[in-house]
Design a binder for this molecule. Structure first.
Ligand code: PXG
Length: 461
């Protein structure tokens, strides 16, 4: 353990946390009953330490975001220098800062040529809010004011602001907020493992895409503004679509003049072995919201890239766009994000992810002999392990998420951070992970699976 961590009075931090800290996505009754938080204090590479000195392999790169790994001094130095030079200024009222402008140009340079204009936000949620505001205004400008409806997928995740949550397809979130906002619709997610039945993944991919066409016809093609999807649904359980899915989605969207929004908040910045998930899955979006890997989580920042054909009309006809946040394009966040992209480039982390992807896939596949593992799947450095009560039938345990949580807790106890999305155990490690560290990750995952199996053996169907 480091000197820094030794000085922490863990019991006091936990007591203060329980007394004062209202956490996101947390059931506080259970959380407090179980003794409150694990306090994280230090990290380096793919490793993170808690205040008690426990060392964990972070198989989730924080929350799918620390792409360049922890402990990057150059990112801290850039933030420090920028704070001394200019800690804050906004980008409203015909002003800019050097980092904001340079970052916009840098993002554009790692995208297909048609993406030249970048709008900054502070998060992925705000990026998706921005998408909805832009698109609704855009269609009005184009003389099609009725094109206001958005279609996304069930179990899609696009953030936690009101609009982003409505765009998302998380039933629990919708139920807490009340009825869904008008103009937001959800269709079948391309999740072969749960919904594919006897079909081949390729046939099922076409079926899932057909559900989009069905919804477009139901809403009325002239009313549909855009289709919004993650190339791989992350928080939904790392749902990797069959190869047939995205090309068919694109064909359908083009047929009805529906814009395609590729939510690259998780898949962007190398995660799938290309800069963008849409490159991995072979489609061409019109709008690209991004966050997370943009700064590798070292600073809160998001952005939206817009294709030229949209921006041209929007700028020419749109007047002032009444939208923007105080901290959007924050100079410190932009300076850090810029340096982060430079690291991704100079260390060839996108290529490295593409090259190590098959090793990761094979390592995960070595778990398929385990009695509760129904499937493993991955692309680049994002993957999932399905927990099943009967592998042959792809059956689920009772109460979705219960066994996943048991497994996640065993992971934590054994020194691995692996998240449970219901009963899909998901992984998204820092892109700097080595083959040796992948071996260790899989060894720790097997320990957790063994412990989980011991707990639920009686429930195997
Ligand atoms: N789009 C996608 C695809 C995301 O994964 C967002 C948008 C929203 O980004 P912000 O920065 O507003 O959080 C996300 C975020 C989880 C988890 O438990 C996933 C996210 C956020 C919080 C928790 O897997 N993804």
């Amino acid at each position: 353990m480091t000197a820094h961590a030794k000085n922490i009075d863990v019991a006091e931090v936990v007591a203060h946390d329980i007394a004062h800290h209202f956490h996101p996505f947390t059931d506080h009754k259970t959380f407090h009953a179980e003794g409150g938080p694990r306090v994280m204090t230090q990290a380096d590479g793919v490793w993170i330490w808690d205040a008690k000195g426990n060392k964990l392999l972070d198989g989730m790169a924080g929350l799918w975001c620390v792409n360049v790994g922890y402990g990057r001094k150059e990112l801290a130095e850039v933030a420090y220098r920028q704070m001394l030079d200019l800690p804050y200024y906004n980008t409203f009222f015909k002003t800019t800062t050097v980092p904001a402008t340079e970052l916009a140009a840098k993002i554009s340079s790692v995208m297909p040529k048609r993406f030249k204009q970048i709008f900054f936000t502070n998060s992925g949620s705000e990026a998706n809010d921005t998408v909805v505001r832009f698109v609704r205004h855009y269609w009005k400008l184009k003389g099609k004011p009725y094109r206001q409806h958005f279609i996304a997928r069930r179990r899609g995740y696009h953030g936690s602001t009101m609009v982003a949550a409505n765009l998302g397809g998380m039933q629990g979130m919708h139920e807490q907020v009340g009825t869904e906002f008008p103009g937001f619709h959800h269709v079948q997610q391309p999740y072969w493992y749960d919904f594919g039945g006897d079909k081949t993944p390729e046939d099922f991919g076409l079926d899932a895409a057909a559900d989009l066409e069905k919804k477009i016809l139901e809403v009325g093609p002239e009313n549909v503004a855009a289709f919004v999807g993650e190339p791989i649904q992350g928080a939904g359980g790392v749902l990797i679509p069959p190869s047939t899915y995205w090309p068919e989605v694109q064909r359908i969207c083009r047929k009805y003049g529906v814009l395609i929004v590729s939510d690259e908040v998780i898949c962007g910045f190398g995660r799938t072995g290309n800069w963008w998930g849409f490159e991995t899955f072979g489609f061409e979006p019109d709008i690209v919201p991004m966050a997370k890997g943009l700064s590798s989580g070292y600073q809160p920042i998001g952005a939206v890239a817009f294709a030229d054909h949209l921006v041209k009309d929007f700028f020419a006809l749109g007047g002032e766009f009444y939208h923007g946040m105080t901290y959007a394009g924050h100079p410190v966040a932009c300076a850090v994000a810029l340096k982060n992209i430079e690291i991704i480039e100079s260390e060839s982390l996108v290529k490295k992810t593409r090259e190590i992807g098959p090793y990761f896939a094979k390592a995960l596949a070595s778990l398929r002999d385990h009695p509760i593992v129904g499937e493993t799947r991955s692309v680049g450095l994002i993957g999932a392990i399905e927990l099943s009560s009967n592998k042959a039938k792809r059956s689920r345990f009772k109460d979705p998420g219960r066994v996943g949580t048991i497994c996640r807790d065993h992971c934590f106890k054994n020194g691995l951070i692996m998240r449970a999305c219901w009963d899909s155990m998901v992984l998204s490690p820092p892109l700097v992970i080595s083959t040796k560290e992948i071996d260790e990750l899989v060894r720790l995952a097997r320990l957790a699976l063994d412990a989980t199996y011991a707990d639920v053996k009686a429930e195997m169907a």
